[in-house]
Design a protein around this ligand. Structure first.
Ligand code: SF4
Length: 128
């Protein structure tokens, strides 16, 4: 199974504990979170709408909410992707091990997570 994931969603998946924008979003995110923990799953990285966005009520056309928000989101993606080869397809388990070792302090995610409204629901951020 191949997943398409935008850069900052690698961190969101690490912190996911069942919350989201609506029921369809949570159901889709739960399925993807299980797949990314499974053997034989691969991940193609992107800085555009992905397998999580496609069930999100905030996606309008190919834009997240509005142009300003969309460009913030793309900056967050690119900040994560600076650390990973986004041209190749990754084994999901190895990719998330790399995420664990690269983003391991509040400083390491300051340009990505600092303005996120999900801090109080995000296990990943809370455990840094
Ligand atoms: S559309 Fe925006 S808010 Fe929705 S999952 Fe994608 S990046 Fe997140």
């Amino acid at each position: 199974m191949k997943l398409i994931l935008r850069g900052h969603h690698l961190l969101c998946l690490k912190g996911f504990q069942g919350y989201g924008y609506d029921e369809d979003f949570v159901e889709n995110m739960t399925r993807i979170n299980a797949l990314r923990k499974s053997e034989n799953t691969t991940v193609q990285l992107t800085d555009s709408p992905d397998d999580i966005c496609k069930a999100c009520p905030n996606l309008k056309g190919n834009i997240c909410e509005n142009t300003a928000q969309n460009s913030n989101i793309i900056s967050m993606d690119r900040e994560v992707l600076k650390n990973i080869d986004s041209k190749k397809e990754h084994d999901a388990l190895e990719l998330f091990e790399k995420i664990d070792s690269t983003f391991n302090s509040k400083e390491s995610v300051s340009k990505i997570c600092s303005n996120c409204s999900w801090h109080d629901k995000c296990l990943f951020y809370q455990n840094l």
